[in-house]
Design a protein around this ligand. Structure first.
Ligand code: NAD
Length: 495
């Protein structure tokens, strides 16, 4: 039975929220005893005291992860055995779907219907997909001379730490821990300080599924404390990151200052969504609205720059604004809500700051721009559209990470491509046209890791996801993700 808002409230009362770290198969407070309070952006309610781990806890978690890795208790299991355990883990996540969905929504503000329909199933699916893949990947034999045998083998890399953001707390984490664990590594997850609850909760499910203690550890806490300690640690082999470009740059410095750990970065975006005059405009308008409003615009792939061919702009923009009416902020625990709360008051203030800058720089506010639902005590914002934006304006260049759409007009294909690529980011892009040749040519010209033609934000576990330019390096999802968590070894045997 689908729960209504009061069912979710009742269910919340039945839960005991865990805020401790998880190291070596046990929940524990930070060695320092420090905690911080977590409040929900949905309505300001207190959620839990969270362990504020730091370098001492990172040292312990890395020690434990190294020890379990070296012991072979996970790393030397047959891939088929790791597969079975990880599939149990995925099943347990689905079995706790309501609980995890509620934690995700209360922690970071997204609509409960999204947490139920997307975040939790996608997390389980990422684990299942990586698990299913791992006993189907073969090593290689090199084409050597007759008296040589050249073996090219993949080995787990060792201790993997992941630092993840708050916009899809579990999904972003699973894109990293699923392939890393499947490949045999030991893992330390540092969730965002803004959304640690589900990461903490699933650690116990991992143990229950049969992942040996010490293989999957969770360190809640701040970036500048425990995040930095992991990034500077001499015994972390790989650091997998999803978050902002500014922090991504810092992590490369930390790797250089420490042990040259491999650093994989999924960073920010400012994605162009390009609509040509010959596109299916009603479909493009619906997609353009979703591309900026889904997940409150807190999307690395948000289609935040809407490039529209001048000849159809007056016809197209009203369609986008009409479509945006379906994206109305509401209480995040109401199952009918499509736009929830922004993650916290700081994020809301920052998005409002960008709205102010846009107006100062001469962009025209068409809709939205205001905080809303203040009586809930939550952090809600109306989806916002600016027309008359030039690509040089701040709102076209910087990632806002909120539901703020910048509409930019163009006249020619070349101009559209130049604007689309005029960004430090290169995460994703959309292009809308019925002309097959134009679509292909444009897609080739785009400097972006994902290109969507006549749709926006498609994807599943079968295709790699990641960015060009300052959107990062390496790829999550698909078989390519295993490259991040394995070393290639060439073994030469003289025959
Ligand atoms: P953020 O960079 O502020 O924080 C991300 C993580 O890094 C958090 O866990 C944080 O505690 C940690 N951190 C912060 N400073 C650190 C430091 N000095 N050392 C180590 N760790 C540190 O990002 P955010 O606000 O949590 O998330 C939003 C950002 O994430 C946006 O830029 C968005 O585009 C990006 N993102 C990218 C993708 C992708 O796949 N490319 C996906 C989702 C989100």
């Amino acid at each position: 039975m689908n729960k209504n808002r009061s069912d979710w409230e009742q269910y919340f009362l039945s839960l005991t929220l865990e805020g401790r770290a998880f190291i070596d198969g046990e929940y524990c407070w930070a060695a320092s005893g420090e905690t911080f309070d977590s409040h929900s952006p949905v309505d300001g309610r207190f959620l839990a005291a969270i362990a504020s781990t730091d370098a001492a806890d990172a040292d312990l978690a890395v020690l434990v992860a190294r020890r379990t890795f070296e012991s072979g208790v996970w790393s030397r299991l047959a891939p088929a055995e790791r597969k079975r355990t990880l599939i149990r883990f995925a099943d347990l996540i689905l079995a706790h779907k309501d609980e995890l969905a509620l934690l995700e929504t209360l922690d970071m503000g997204k609509p409960i219907s999204d947490s139920c329909a997307i975040d939790i199933p996608a997390t389980a699916n990422a684990i299942r997909w990586s698990a299913e893949a791992i006993d189907k990947i073969y090593d290689e034999v090199a084409p050597t001379a007759h008296d040589q045998l050249g073996l090219i083998t993949r080995e787990p890399i060792g201790v993997v730490a992941a630092i993840v953001p708050w916009n899809f707390p579990l999904i972003m984490a699973s894109w990293k821990f699923a392939p890393a664990l499947a490949a045999g590594n030991s893992f330390i997850l540092k969730p965002s300080e803004k959304s640690p609850l589900t990461a903490i909760r699933i650690a116990q499910l991992a143990l229950e599924a049969g992942i040996p203690k010490g293989v999957f550890n969770v360190l809640p806490g701040f970036g500048h404390t425990v995040g930095k300690a992991l990034a500077l640690h001499m015994d972390v082999d790989t650091l997998a990151f999803t978050g902002s470009t500014a922090v991504a740059k810092q992590l490369l410095v930390y790797a250089g200052q420490s042990n040259l750990k491999r650093v994989w970065l999924e960073a920010g975006g400012k994605s162009p969504n390009v609509v040509f005059a010959d596109a299916d405009l009603p479909v493009a308008a619906e997609a353009a609205a979703a591309a900026i409003a889904f997940n409150q615009g807190e999307m690395c792939t948000a289609g935040s720059r809407l490039l529209v061919e001048r000849s159809i702009k007056d016809q197209f923009l009203p369609m986008v604004i009409e479509a945006l009416k379906a994206w109305k902020p509401g209480h995040a625990l109401d199952p009918a809500t499509t736009v929830g709360a922004l993650v916290d008051s700081r994020q809301l203030e920052n998005v409002l700051r960008y709205i102010g800058i846009a107006q100062e720089e001469g962009a025209q506010l068409l809709v939205g721009g205001q905080r809303t639902l203040e009586d809930t005590g939550g952090q809600y914002l109306e989806p916002t559209v600016f027309d008359g934006v030039t690509n040089a304006m701040t709102i076209a260049q910087e990632e806002i990470f909120g539901p703020v759409l910048a509409v930019i007009t163009f006249d020619t294909v070349q101009e559209a491509l130049a604007i689309a690529n005029d960004s430090i980011f290169g995460l994703a892009a959309g292009v809308w046209t019925r002309d097959l040749s134009k679509a292909h040519t444009f897609a080739r010209g785009l400097r972006a890791g994902s290109v969507w033609v006549n749709q926006y934000d498609a994807g599943d576990m079968t295709a790699p996801f990641g960015g060009f330019k300052q959107s990062g390096n390496g790829r999550d999802k698909s078989l390519h993700a295993f490259d991040k968590y394995t070393e290639l070894k060439a073994t030469w045997i003289k025959l």
